[in-house]
Design a protein around this ligand. Structure first.
Ligand SMILES: NC(=O)c1ccc[n+]([C@@H]2O[C@H](COP(=O)([O-])OP(=O)(O)OC[C@H]3O[C@@H](n4cnc5c(N)ncnc54)[C@H](O)[C@@H]3O)[C@@H](O)[C@H]2O)c1
Length: 292
């Protein structure tokens, strides 16, 4: 299924050169951050907002997204989306153009994890991870590119960004976490391929690959968090408690702490400010994973 974006392209073209005023490194940038109701997405969106960006908090969890947008301020709005559903993603982009007049940065951050040994992980869990992390990135990039290509036609000097919130697990394999690692490795293949196609329109496409946000809900949620999942999957040899699992992961980081949204936001801003960098996968791992 493909959604007709013609009307929204025309509106976006007419609005080039009309961006919100203010101060900061990202002033005038209209940004969608998917999965921004909590976790990395929320923290990164807050950092971008502080630097003058206009922010769409795009998330499946609409009540929480609304609360986050309201707390952030008048340049933030919540839009409900399921990134694995094409019509929903098209509507998210259309509503962004309707509300703010265009789109400059798509930060594809929404992501999920289902871990477990290969002999036990069910196909439905594998498909779920793939549909959000891999297909979701394709859909977000697709509808961002449609609007950004039109904006490029209206203003060939303007620059746009698609950034995937990838992972260190997109750079090296992850034991008993293959559905996730596979989706993230795939995301880097998409990043490089989109970058090659879209640089003709001044659209940069990069991936940012953080280490573990040990304080965030993905890890620390007491029911569905990774500490609990990894304990149950027996991923950490000898671990008897959630604290044992946490200490094991902290000890793996040369800089001795988990990754924070502020660390990742710096890499996102680097991507946006660059005019000579595309198709890259930038590790933000405290030295845990280094590029070859
Ligand atoms: N937490 C980490 O340690 C870590 C490390 C490296 C990379 N990452 C990546 O960072 C990104 C964010 O992770 P997080 O830890 O903040 O996760 P999180 O679970 O804390 O938050 C994810 C958010 O995405 C939303 N979401 C989930 N599925 C969605 C869908 N189909 N459509 C729209 N929204 C959806 C959820 O409602 C939630 O608000 C993910 O891509 C993840 O792979 C996380």
């Amino acid at each position: 299924m493909s959604v007709d974006m013609t009307k929204w392209c025309e509106i976006a073209k007419a609005n080039m050169g009309k961006r919100p005023a203010g101060t900061g490194r990202l002033v005038g940038k209209i940004c969608i951050v998917t999965g921004a109701a909590q976790g990395f997405g929320k923290g990164i969106a807050e950092e971008l907002y502080k630097e003058g960006a206009t922010i769409v908090i795009a998330d499946m969890n609409e009540p929480l997204a609304k609360q986050v947008a309201q707390e952030m301020g008048e340049r933030a709005v919540a839009i409900a989306v399921n990134v694995s559903d094409e019509e929903s993603v098209a509507n998210m982009v259309a509503q962004t153009v309707e509300r703010f007049g265009g789109l400059d940065v798509m930060l594809s951050n929404a992501g999920v994890v289902r871990s477990g040994p290969i002999a036990q992980l069910e196909k439905k869990d594998f498909d779920f991870v793939t549909s959000v992390n891999y297909t979701g990135f394709f859909l977000c990039a697709k509808y961002a590119a449609i609007i950004m290509e039109a904006q490029h036609e209206a203003d060939p000097e303007a620059w746009f960004d698609i950034v995937e919130l990838n992972s260190k697990s997109g750079l090296e394999g992850s034991n008993k976490n293959f559905a996730y690692a596979g989706s993230k490795f795939g995301g880097i293949g998409l990043t490089q391929s989109f970058a090659l196609e879209l640089c003709a329109y001044n659209i940069k496409v990069n991936a940012v690959c953080p280490g573990n946000y040990l304080d965030g809900p993905l890890w620390s949620d007491p029911v569905r968090g990774l500490f609990v999942q990894y304990l149950q999957a027996g991923k950490v040899p000898g671990a008897k408690t959630v604290d044992d699992v946490r200490r094991y992961y902290e000890a793996k980081v040369p800089m001795n702490r988990g990754c924070l949204p502020s660390d990742v936001a710096k890499a996102v801003m680097y991507c946006v400010e660059q005019k000579y960098e595309t198709g890259q996968a930038i590790p933000v791992t405290g030295g845990q994973v280094m590029l070859n």
